[in-house]
Design a protein around this ligand. Structure first.
Ligand code: ATP
Ligand code: MG
Length: 405
């Protein structure tokens, strides 16, 4: 059914004062951004609700976009109808028919703000209820837990009919939680961690390490394409590609095998921390989970985290792999993540990395490489790309598919 408006309810209503103002302002901006190519919409972010007037724009498409916006608890598409009971009857009937399946029950729930309307609440319920019973064979009214509820609000400026309550994404509007960096690989986990970070209102800048010629152009394109997939939740995303080849080669040459991985991770985190500070971001997100692989034990995290005192946030810490995969499927990153391109960790991972590295031994091992010089050269060669919704990185590159065939 083609609706005329959408009423959007805010999430996390406990936020008060200035926070609440910021929440509403940012949500209004984010909604405008995801809906910017619908020319005729009018968006009005008010204290209690956000209101979208469709002016003829396709309501299904607008509803689909709103589902991705963090900070929205629920929303209801509605029809504005003139204050004429016959016109209201007609639309209410259409709304019930739109959802009706044999055996379903219904209820009319009227609110009358306009006390001058000739019928009172009870009479309106009667009128609309009979119109429905008389026109749909077998339908019954039921006051307690009906299958279909039609809400009719008689306001001063018209009658608003609504029935569906659609679940939003919850969370906080992206941007209200400040800005952080996200260490994004091409795997399953880090895109899911990005999604969860954005869900708490944080605007993310992606940091990706790549090691040509050990890693392919396609691996880099895949990380960019994953970033593009995530723009649907928070708009354009800055993608920082950090060259990691020299560092990995030097580590491989100089560091004992058991500590390769730990030292490599420390260098990744050091570089990310440096970029985080220079970009005035306030924290680092990763896709680490506890207990999945060698680098994800508490001992390992302690040995790696030693290089920075920035907050390192790991939204996946307590999730099982199956739970992570379920989210990856829902946000449409899974298929892309499982494409078989080697990333820089896979290439240089020794067959048996130490699962419980010793912190002091780790520091000694790191002293075997030129940390300062390696950092400087990597940071001098960081490339920054602004990734926008709809951009193609993988499909634009034909070699990607020939490699897979
Ligand atoms: P993912 O699926 O996110 O790759 P994973 O389970 O494969 O995670 P690891 O490969 O050990 O785990 O990586 C742990 C985390 O380290 C990643 O989630 C990511 O945050 C970071 N990371 C790993 N490789 C890279 C990379 N090439 N560039 C940026 N960050 C990386
Ligand atoms: Mg990985």
């Amino acid at each position: 059914m083609q609706y005329t408006e959408i009423m959007v309810r805010y999430g996390e209503l406990s936020t008060k004062g200035k926070n609440r103002k910021d929440f509403i302002k940012q949500l209004g901006k984010n909604v405008k951004r995801v809906l910017h190519n619908f020319d005729h919409l009018k968006i009005n972010a008010r204290r209690d609700r956000l209101h979208v007037t469709l002016n003829g724009e396709n309501s299904d498409k607008v509803i689909d976009r709103l589902k991705d916006v963090f900070g929205i608890e629920t929303f209801s598409p509605a029809m504005k109808v003139e204050k004429d009971i016959d016109a209201v009857k007609k639309v209410a009937l259409e709304m019930v028919k739109d959802q009706y399946k044999p055996g379903m029950t219904f209820k009319i729930d009227t609110r009358r703000q306009d006390k001058n309307f000739p019928l009172d609440t009870h009479e309106i319920n009667e009128a609309l209820g009979s119109a429905i019973v008389d026109n749909i064979d077998g339908i019954k009214a039921k006051m307690n837990k009906p299958d279909i509820t039609i809400r009719a609000e008689f306001r001063m400026n018209g009658v608003f009919l609504s029935s569906l309550t659609i679940l939003g994404s919850g969370g906080l509007p992206v941007g209200t939680g400040g800005r952080a960096t996200m260490m994004l690989s091409g795997g399953i986990d880090s895109p899911v961690a990005s999604y969860l970070g954005m869900k708490r209102g944080v605007k993310l800048d992606m940091v990706h390490f790549y090691s040509p010629p050990y890693t392919s152009e396609q691996a880099l394109a895949k990380a960019k394409q994953l970033t593009e997939k995530l723009t649907r939740f928070g708009g354009n995303i800055q993608f920082l590609q950090v060259p990691f080849t020299e560092i990995q080669e030097e580590i491989k040459e100089k560091v004992p095998e058991g500590y390769l991985m730990t030292v490599q991770r420390r260098m990744m985190l050091r570089l990310t921390a440096a970029l985080t500070i220079s970009r005035h971001c306030k924290g680092i997100f990763t896709g680490e989970s506890l207990g999945q692989v060698a680098s994800q034990t508490l001992e390992s995290m302690m040995a790696i985290n030693d290089v920075t005192n920035m907050p390192v946030l790991r939204p996946l810490t307590s999730l099982d792999k199956t739970e992570i995969i379920r989210i990856a499927e829902n946000i449409d990153t899974y298929e892309l993540s499982i494409m078989p391109f080697e990333d820089c960790c896979t290439v240089f991972t020794p067959p048996a990395p130490r699962t419980k590295p010793n912190l002091y031994r780790t520091r000694e091992c790191e002293n075997m490489i030129d940390v300062k010089g390696l950092m400087e050269r990597a940071l001098d060669n960081v490339k920054i790309v602004d990734i926008k919704p709809g951009e193609e990185f993988l499909n634009a590159n034909e070699d990607v598919f020939s490699e897979l065939l």
